[in-house]
Design a protein around this ligand. Structure first.
Ligand code: CS2
Length: 503
């Protein structure tokens, strides 16, 4: 089968959308962490903005860990298929804005040079929560993180995202160039402000004059990104190949919905993303709160409880009335904690989320979302819990979601099989779980004592210790379905016969 490439685009079926025209080399965005999400979101918006505004912004991706994305995209000259999967059927488009992918560990200096190149105007990031090397509970740089320790000692050959940003900016200052705008597209609250803080902390340590320059000349706009984009599977690749009649080694699968709220503060220009539907807003925080707490908070709760109940995907879990009932209660607890963005009705937003979660064409694995819980819990669930605790409000659904994480972090599923836990703190969870020997209070207490996740305030509350021990005991003895049924006051077999979506 022939490989997708610029020369054979004419062979594509007429239903596949493609971007016509040459590939001039315009202003550049360097994107750190070029995964499926950025390719379905940032790149799609950028391609559309280029077409509508007559510009030629291009993206150079940087992989901070593995060569896979470079190896898949380079033989295709950066082209790939974006498959938009609606319940009524897929649409396919060829995305043609990625010109190159660099693999940082192979040649870190090439990445620093690319960052310092005059054509680079914006550096965007999707490096996931743990890629910031910070302490999730405090938002400060983790000076003990091995990559930060390494980057301080090897400033021109860094490994971490903060290390690369500081090295690239330092080189630009030395060359007499203006800084680039840095925009994180990760799911962190006040993401631009947090990243600015990390970069400045690092820069201050190595050169206070550099920090002062970044502070006065640089820009770190916050933004809220939203699009559900599960990891691409071999079945997705085969399906795309059959539809295209060409081999694409790395298509991306996305839901139709997308949203991007951006703080409009760029020091060296930007694509006209608003022409492609991005919202340029004065204040991003309300959008972030809404999305992180309502979408991601629900996603994580569903991921842990759903995985334990044997649901492989979010669509399967939400088709189960027990989980749909749980979500309704969870959103009722979250909504009062969220300041609604202008013109948004949060109850309506929740209804649309349920529809998006139910999309049977999207196979988003609960296991994938369950990853890195230690990095996700604070902004997804714990801020909401704190808000309610401060006001003396009960939060049974939130507590159950967090207890679901505790049960999952214990490392064995309900059939006694080991869970493949991916988390920077996985070794700590295993120690705590081994020491607890199945005792719910010891297990929940040990996990709650992880201050990097729960801060100092939550572990200090005896009422929470008791509540988590109780929820965890129920999950350990009765399982997730029975606990949910009890929580909703319904028989546990409700929905057990619901037909699972086909792989
Ligand atoms: C998910 C997100 O994997 C996860 O943790 O909750 O990737 C989610 O799909 C996106 O934030 C949706 O915009």
């Amino acid at each position: 089968m022939e490989r997708l490439s610029p020369d054979i685009l004419t062979l594509l079926p007429a239903t596949v959308m493609r971007h016509a025209g040459a590939r001039p080399s315009g202003p550049r965005i360097v994107h750190l962490g070029l995964g499926a999400f950025a390719r379905a979101h940032l790149a799609a918006y950028t391609q559309e903005a280029n077409a509508l505004a007559g510009t030629d912004w291009r993206i150079v991706g940087v992989s901070l860990q593995r060569p896979d994305m470079r190896d898949a995209l380079q033989p295709q000259s950066g082209l790939y298929t974006l498959v938009t999967r609606a319940p009524e059927g897929p649409q396919r488009a060829i995305i043609d804005v990625v010109t190159d992918v660099l693999v940082a560990p192979e040649n870190p200096s090439a990445v620093v040079d690319m960052l310092a190149d005059a054509k680079t105007r914006i550096v965007t990031l999707t490096v996931t929560e743990k890629g910031y090397c910070h302490l999730p509970a405090s938002g400060k740089l983790n000076w003990e993180h091995p990559d930060i320790v390494h980057d301080l000692a090897n400033r021109e050959r860094p490994r971490s995202a903060p290390g690369f940003l500081v090295a690239g900016l330092a080189k630009r200052l030395a060359m007499g160039l203006a800084p680039f705008t840095v925009m994180t597209c990760d799911n962190l609250p006040s993401n631009g402000r947090v990243l600015a803080g990390l970069v400045l902390e690092f820069a201050e340590k190595v050169d206070p004059a550099l920090a002062a320059w970044i502070r006065s000349e640089g820009a770190f706009p916050s933004c809220m990104v939203d699009r559900i984009v599960p990891a691409t599977t071999p079945a997705d690749i085969a399906e795309t190949e059959a539809a295209l009649g060409l081999h694409d080694a790395s298509p991306v699968m996305s839901e139709p919905f997308r949203q991007w709220a951006i703080e409009d503060h760029f020091v060296a220009g930007r694509p006209a993303w608003e022409k492609a539907g991005a919202e340029m807003v004065a204040e991003v925080e309300p959008y972030e709160f809404m999305k992180l707490r309502m979408l991601n908070g629900a996603h994580s709760s569903l991921a842990y409880l759903g995985y334990l109940a044997g649901h492989e995907t979010v669509a399967e879990a939400t088709a189960d009335p027990l989980f749909a009932g749980f979500l309704e209660k969870l959103w009722a607890e979250i909504i009062p904690t969220v300041p609604a963005p202008p013109g948004v009705d949060l109850a309506d937003y929740a209804r649309r989320l349920l529809e998006r979660f139910r999309n049977p064409a999207i196979r988003h694995r609960t296991w994938q979302i369950a990853m890195d819980g230690s990095q996700k819990l604070p902004q997804r669930l714990l801020g909401t819990l704190r808000w309610r605790l401060e006001r003396g409000l009960a939060s049974p659904a939130l507590l159950l979601g967090i207890a679901g994480w505790m049960r999952y972090a214990a490392g064995q599923d309900e059939k006694g099989q080991p869970i493949d836990i991916r988390d920077p703190l996985a070794a700590r969870f295993a120690e705590i779980s081994a020491a607890a020997q199945g005792d719910a209070a010891k297990l929940s207490g040990g996990l709650l004592d992880l201050q990097a996740i729960f801060g100092a305030d939550l572990p200090a509350r005896d009422d929470l210790r008791t509540a988590f021990a109780g929820e965890l005991r129920a999950l350990l003895s009765g399982g997730a379905r029975q606990t949910l049924a009890h929580f909703l006051n319904q028989p546990p077999n409700v929905g057990a016969s619901i037909q699972r979506s086909q792989p």
